[in-house]
Design a protein around this ligand. Structure first.
Ligand SMILES: [Zn+2]
Length: 395
């Protein structure tokens, strides 16, 4: 008794409208919230993520039976056209339908293959909120679960992505058969990547160089550190004496490079090692223990670098040829930050006449920027650092 759709719905509405905790501007009757993103995430349960352009302040969830459905009504909300309505099917979810219902209500119908006991919460994201619906699959609805939990937005920050345009100034990098200079291409792609990332919620891109200037490799690492970068993306264009060589590649630091770097940090860079471990007092520690700490930091950085690099390579495969099918590892000086996941993209071969032409085309430059942006975003959706909007909003 009392668990029929209508009763359930009433209870949920009551609980939600009684909550004054929601952060941000609560949408009034005139507000037009845009659902700008939707994802289905398989964790322990299936989770649905709805990205809303304002603090929604309200949502209305109820279940229906025969067939089992979960209905989510988002008041004053419209759906961005970019949201695909293709078949989503995972776990208890058979499919998802979006429909406008009344003048200013977006109705999401989740078709289910078994009953669920959904719970949900709002989390802040830059410029709005994310509604996360967790489709637990058991028993009766536990209304106690229906409490919108809002974290303190003030304590959250953006993820900082450092964009490193390779070469510059007196160092032209590789030069193509038609005299295209690597340093010019890397800066153009870097600026495009910057423009894309700066429009993205939860991300602040920073440029290591934004002019035709020479910046040494160590200096690039130092700039990334002073900007508190969480991720470091270095852009290059490949060259090889065999003119037919073509395609994109992604590199991360080799373990050998990392190990020798760790040793040199310990030998000569005590100051930076101190900075790296922040308030951990290194002075009293044995050399062995310092080594272990540095190894730990660097192991997890290498792992994260590989993951980020792989996500970018996956996207690059969609826009053209890749030179090697997997992320490669090499001893690149610019990738040697012990604590900032870093990878290097060889966008294409500037030594290949056809690819030199592509590298000069604004269209291909933009395709590269989009692919790298998608890869970076995919990685950050899984591995954003704690304390960031992206970490909070991806649960
Ligand atoms: Zn280069």
């Amino acid at each position: 008794m009392g668990n029929g759709p209508d009763t359930t719905r009433r209870k949920i509405v009551q609980l939600l409208s009684g909550s004054a905790l929601l952060a941000g501007p609560v949408a009034g009757a005139q507000a037009n919230i845009v659902l700008s993103g939707f994802r289905m995430v398989q964790q322990e349960n299936v989770m649905l993520h709805f990205d809303l352009s304002f603090a929604a302040g309200n949502a209305d969830l109820f279940t229906l039976t025969e067939p089992d459905r979960l209905v989510i009504d988002l008041p004053n909300t419209s759906k961005a056209e970019s949201i695909q309505t293709e078949q989503f099917s995972q776990g208890a979810v058979k499919g998802i339908r979006f429909g406008s219902h009344g003048p200013e209500k977006l109705r999401v119908v989740v078709d289910l293959n078994r009953p669920v006991s959904a719970s949900f919460r709002f989390v802040p994201r830059q410029g709005g909120q994310r509604l996360i619906v967790d489709l637990g699959v058991k028993g009766n609805l536990e209304l106690a679960q229906y409490k919108a939990r809002v974290e303190e937005p003030a304590s959250l920050r953006n993820v900082i992505v450092a964009i490193d345009a390779g070469h510059g100034g007196k160092d032209p990098g590789a030069v193509g058969q038609r005299a295209t200079r690597e340093k010019d291409i890397t800066l153009k792609v870097a600026r495009r990547l910057f423009n894309r990332l700066k429009d993205q919620d939860g991300i602040t891109p920073v440029m290591i160089r934004n002019k035709d200037t020479y910046v040494g490799l160590r200096e690039r690492i130092r700039i990334a550190r002073t900007k508190h970068a969480d991720l470091f993306v270095s852009l290059h264009a490949d060259a090889f004496k065999r003119k037919a060589a073509k395609g994109s590649s992604v590199y991360t630091l080799s373990l050998k490079g990392a190990t020798s770097e760790a040793a040199s940090w310990l030998a000569q860079k005590e100051n930076e090692a101190d900075e790296l471990f922040g308030n951990v007092a290194l002075d009293g520690l044995s050399q062995d223990l310092k080594q272990t700490l540095l190894d730990l930091a660097q192991n997890s950085t290498l792992e994260a670098s590989l993951e980020a690099g792989a996500d970018v390579l996956t996207e690059l495969k969609k826009i053209g040829a890749v030179h090697k099918p997997n992320v490669e590892q090499a001893n690149f000086g610019v990738l040697k930050s012990p604590d900032i996941p870093s990878f290097l993209v060889e966008t294409a071969f500037i030594s290949n006449l056809q690819e030199e032409r592509k590298l000069n085309s604004p269209r291909f430059q933009e395709q590269l920027a989009i692919a790298i942006q998608k890869g970076v975003t995919g990685y950050l959706n899984k591995r954003a650092p704690e304390g960031t909007y992206l970490h909070a909003s991806t649960g």
